[in-house]
Design a protein around this ligand. Structure first.
Ligand SMILES: [Ca+2]
Ligand SMILES: [Ca+2]
Ligand SMILES: [Ca+2]
Ligand SMILES: [Ca+2]
Length: 203
């Protein structure tokens, strides 16, 4: 027990302990300080992880968006002829060597296409519609699970991709087939959800 020195009436120094009141006040001050630390500082320590997870979610989404951006606008373009190109200007998109764009209800992988466990053969942007990958299964376009030193690079992350027609670019799906809206929803290990979107026009 620490002690305090006190001068006696004879002018010599003597030691005395804490009184009960001093001990109680000390304990109250300590309890208040502990409460402040646990309510103010400890939650901040947890939150300081969030920006790191947000950066990693952004990296993941940027990688996917780069991959998608390299694909054709639609399955149905023929060579350099885009889908919905009305070459003979007769109001019909699928005569005279033309092809219609994929109907809104069919946006997704086409026959025999996959990106999950094999090297991806996705070849147009809407093939990614509905693609979902979760913890331990996040793969690159070669079908490889992304790992560093045996650890999954995106452990605890998951994402879902949605592709819709949005010709007037208002963020709401419509039937105007000139533009596709690609949205990637990434969920972090802390269950925070971030959405990254981009538009792709029919070029
Ligand atoms: Ca035509
Ligand atoms: Ca395709
Ligand atoms: Ca497709
Ligand atoms: Ca729209």
């Amino acid at each position: 027990m620490p002690a305090i020195k006190q001068k006696t009436a004879q002018g010599t120094w003597a030691q005395r302990g804490f009184t009960l009141i001093e001990l109680i006040i000390g304990m109250v001050v300590f309890a208040v300080a502990l409460t402040l630390v646990t309510t103010l500082i400890f939650p901040q320590a947890g939150r300081s992880v969030d920006p790191i997870m947000q950066v990693r979610a952004t990296e993941l989404a940027a990688t996917l968006l780069r991959e998608i951006a390299a694909k054709s606008y639609d399955e149905n373009g023929i060579g350099s002829i885009r889908c919905n190109d009305d070459l003979n200007d007769d109001g019909d998109f699928d005569d005279n060597g033309e092809s219609s764009c994929t109907p809104a209800g069919n946006l997704g992988p086409d026959a025999g296409e996959s990106r999950d466990a094999t090297a991806s053969n996705f070849d147009d942007v809407d093939d990614y519609n509905g693609l979902t990958q979760s913890a331990g299964q996040i793969r690159n376009s070669l079908g490889e699970v992304l790992q560093v030193a045996g650890q999954n690079l995106y452990q605890g992350f998951s994402y879902t991709i949605r592709v819709v027609y949005d010709g007037n670019t208002d963020g709401v799906a419509d039937n105007d087939q000139r533009t596709k809206l690609i949205s990637i929803k990434v969920t972090t290990p802390g269950q925070e959800t971030l959405v990254f979107s981009t538009y792709r026009s029919n070029y």
